[in-house]
Write a new protein. Sequence first.
Length: 325
Amino acid sequence: MGTGGDIEPRLLRAFTAVADELHFTRAAARLYLAQQALSRDVRRLERELGVELFVRTTRQVTLTADGRRLLPYARRVLAAHEELAAAFTDDGDRPLLVDIGAPVSTAGLVLAAARCAAPGLELVARFHSGLTGAAAELLAGRLDVSFGRVAGLPPAVLGALEHRPVRYERMAVLLPDDHRLAALTRVPVGALAGETLYAGAGNPATAEWTSLAAGLFAEFGIGMAAPFPEITGEEEFVRIVRGRGWSVLASTEFIAVPGMVVRPLVDPVPLSPISLVRRRGRRHPGVDALFASAAELGDAHGWLRRPPGCWLPSEDAVLMAGTRS
């Protein structure tokens, strides 16, 4: 076995998870990683040590003799690393500020589940209108966690944050109840060709959502509503949308609007990828509770399963698979 140089704890964490589960898919879920990223970390550790740690077949995964030899050392290193981090972290007693965007949202479901799972922690909701705006608050230390589409963030901002995939939300359309398509239970995307939809244009805080919508609209001949100043609060949103007679690009997790209906989009199903995003470098048990709750909800409801023939930009697919953690 080689010396291995300075081995990153992340690689040892990947190794011990696979050693415990003897299954790459289960180990990846336990670490909230894509399986491809987990396999890459294990292969890198094997290269650094100059040994093979697992015997992989189509039916099973087993530890090699070198893998069994490494395991107790890896556990001790990781325990010491956690102890060191805890000794210089005092975040556990303070409230965790969690941006959920809107009360009716994937993030809202995750927050509610985390509060039930960890009632002794203070998880305080914030309601920023988009991840682009929330990212600035994260980097400034005024917010701890947010949720949203990371592919829409500038590379320099994205590189300063950690993110883990939570859900592929299915996109929908919010229609006036007298709209020609309102009687449908599901609306084909192509049926919106020639329509004009509001998608947050003019609100810099939701630029990641508007850019996702722009890609979808360009492909299917849908018009983007003219830029409009940021709309703050549910009551104001309802007033303006109804007053202007807008149809709105939304997700299936959306507020009820009197006189309007939410209809899922199909043929194809367009997806809005949601990740949990946090500041780097500081630990808090509330973040662990959010991660665990997101994973449980995702497993129960298939949040990270993509339907066949769905619509998803390639950059989103890459970032959701190549999780930063």
